[in-house]
Design a protein. Structure first.
Length: 182
């Protein structure tokens, strides 16, 4: 077994004699490898059990977790890009967006405010069409917090306008009934 680091395997002045520092280095490396293996779950242990050095085990674990975190980043980005408001309130919707953004920040892949605003606007239903246009055509940039406040006002306005719309179908029916009987 040849280590990438550490003392030479043989003494420099006597090339056939084993270097005691090298033997101590090997022993220490094997101890650390045992400690690493003892802390791993059976699933992870299967990935490093056949490896002979701490360095090899560490590299294998690094590759394993790097690919997992990369797929996690892609999953979070996909969720953010495809997020829809649906039947949630604006506060719940913004909270979901912030949660995804925080998770991306944790894995060292931060999303800037402008991108968050684009994703937020794209996930709004058609009722918010004029609002989305007004935000997209603004001259000055807006923060996610400012957008949240404006969206709360727009949500309230939409709720009020839907509640005020009279039901003309029943009024027309009653009017037609009164006209036909009189």
């Amino acid at each position: 077994m040849v280590l990438a680091f550490g003392p030479p395997e043989f003494l420099l002045d006597s090339p056939k004699e084993a270097n005691p520092q090298y033997l101590a280095w090997i022993q220490q490396d094997q101890n650390v490898l045992c400690w690493i293996n003892a802390t791993l779950s059976p699933t992870l242990l299967a990935h490093v059990a056949c490896l002979k050095t701490t360095r090899d085990a560490w590299i294998a674990l690094e590759k394993r977790f790097t690919s997992l975190s990369r797929s996690h980043i892609i999953q979070l980005k996909t969720q953010l890009q495809s997020i829809k408001k649906g039947s949630q309130s604006i506060s719940e919707y913004i909270q979901r967006i912030k949660h995804l953004a925080e998770n991306l920040d944790v894995v060292l892949c931060p999303v800037d405010d402008e991108d968050l605003i684009i994703h937020t606007l794209n996930g709004l239903p058609s009722d918010y069409g004029p609002f989305k246009t007004s935000i997209r055509t603004r001259y000055s940039p807006i923060s996610l917090e400012e957008l949240h406040v404006l969206l709360l006002c727009e949500e309230l306005s939409l709720d009020n306008s839907q509640a005020v719309v009279p039901d003309y179908s029943s009024a027309a029916f009653l009017s037609a009934k009164d006209n036909s009987s009189g």
